[in-house]
Design a protein around this ligand. Structure first.
Ligand SMILES: NC(=O)c1ccc[n+]([C@@H]2O[C@H](COP(=O)([O-])OP(=O)(O)OC[C@H]3O[C@@H](n4cnc5c(N)ncnc54)[C@H](OP(=O)(O)O)[C@@H]3O)[C@@H](O)[C@H]2O)c1
Length: 326
């Protein structure tokens, strides 16, 4: 696959396309120190990034919007060059709440539409403004999920012009099939955003998605920030891997550049997060070399089938996606 930084976009099944690399904006801690996210987005735009992955629950969506609008005002980019992905949180799955939730994101961003809006997790929580609802004993408050009804409300948002493309995140095969087989389906999901990197290569889900024209968008493509409060640190640090480092030496690249190149070379979109100007630039320098077929196979063989992001606190939710094999 020949890939160029300026033009490489992957076609989506609805006629739109997505830039193969985007900037992740989930900061640890949430929210990020004031102004850091906006600066990162501006550096990223100057570097050549056009795709930004955000969410209401990251609490810095206003900074992403501010930076994008500033770069548009400067004449550096046009709105249509930018691809912004926002997310519908678990407390807003009830159909009547879907459009107001998207409208809230548009208001925060001060934009007229988002390019992609995705169901962030397939599990519904108690509807309302409490992002992580729990009872007085600390027990999670869930809500009965009806993913097809939520999807229909999203389809109406697309028809109203508030969003160009619709997708999902953290969906397993069964949950994707629920949507794909929904009677009267109007708009197919264009993408499934899931954890994906050399230690968790997702071979079966990737194949299933490719068969259904659904693009995989790899979150935590560098192996996360390894904060033990939400990351499974029993899985060794990805970027310390000896084989990945030896490939880095061969190509005069960092292990981060090797793992990002691995995914884009097999058609998987990557959204590495960095708020550090040097690393933002480093993560984008992945279009001037390619891995051999044998190296791609050897990287695939590093798969440990262990997630960094397990979301175990919700494993008793009826729609917890990670009990299934894929
Ligand atoms: N849909 C979901 O459920 C979901 C879940 C998780 C993440 N996401 C999305 O995916 C994005 C990326 O995932 P992630 O943030 O979990 O992890 P990630 O991108 O794999 O890793 C981010 C960590 O790597 C560091 N880093 C960045 N570039 C580096 C480099 N070149 N060398 C060494 N370290 C580097 C970052 O620190 P610095 O900032 O200091 O550079 C940060 O600590 C998120 O920001 C978010 O937008 C979505």
């Amino acid at each position: 696959m020949s890939l160029s930084a300026t033009s490489h976009r992957i076609p989506l099944n609805d006629g739109h396309s997505v830039p193969i690399i985007g900037l992740g904006t989930y900061s640890d801690p949430v929210p990020s120190p004031k102004g850091l996210c906006a600066e990162a987005v501006k550096v990223a735009i100057d570097t050549g990034y056009r795709h930004f992955d955000g969410a209401y629950i990251y609490k810095n969506e206003h900074e992403v919007g501010e930076a994008i609008r500033e770069k548009i005002a400067e004449g550096k980019v046009k709105r249509e060059d930018i691809f912004y992905c926002g997310k519908l949180w678990a407390t807003h799955h009830v159909p009547d709440m879907v459009r107001p939730c998207l409208e809230r994101t548009l208001k925060i961003l001060k934009l007229d539409y988002v390019d992609l809006y995705i169901v962030e997790i397939p599990m519904a929580f108690k509807p309302g403004d409490e992002i992580y609802p729990k009872d007085e004993n600390g027990k999670w408050l869930y809500h009965e999920s009806n993913l097809c009804a939520t999807w229909e409300a999203l389809e109406a948002c697309k028809d109203a012009g508030l969003v160009k493309s619709l997708g999902v995140s953290n969906f397993n095969r069964r949950q994707l099939e629920l949507i794909l087989n929904k009677p009267g389906l109007k708009h197919k999901p264009v993408s499934n955003q899931v954890e994906c990197h050399p230690y968790f290569t997702q071979p079966k889900l990737l194949k299933f998605c490719q068969q259904h024209d659904i693009v995989i968008i790899a979150y935590s493509p560098l192996g996360t920030c390894r904060n033990p409060s939400w990351v499974n640190v029993y899985c060794p640090p990805l970027l310390k891997d000896a084989f990945l480092n030896s490939l880095g030496e061969k190509y005069n690249k960092t292990p981060a550049q090797i793992v990002l190149r691995f995914n884009i070379q097999r058609g998987v979109v990557v959204i590495p997060k960095s708020f550090n100007p040097e690393r933002i630039k480093e993560n984008f320098q992945i279009f001037d070399f390619s891995l051999t077929e044998e190296e791609m196979k050897n990287i695939e063989a590093l798969n440990k089938n262990i997630r960094f992001v397990q979301m175990l606190m919700w494993s008793d939710h009826p729609e917890y996606p990670f009990h299934d094999e894929y």
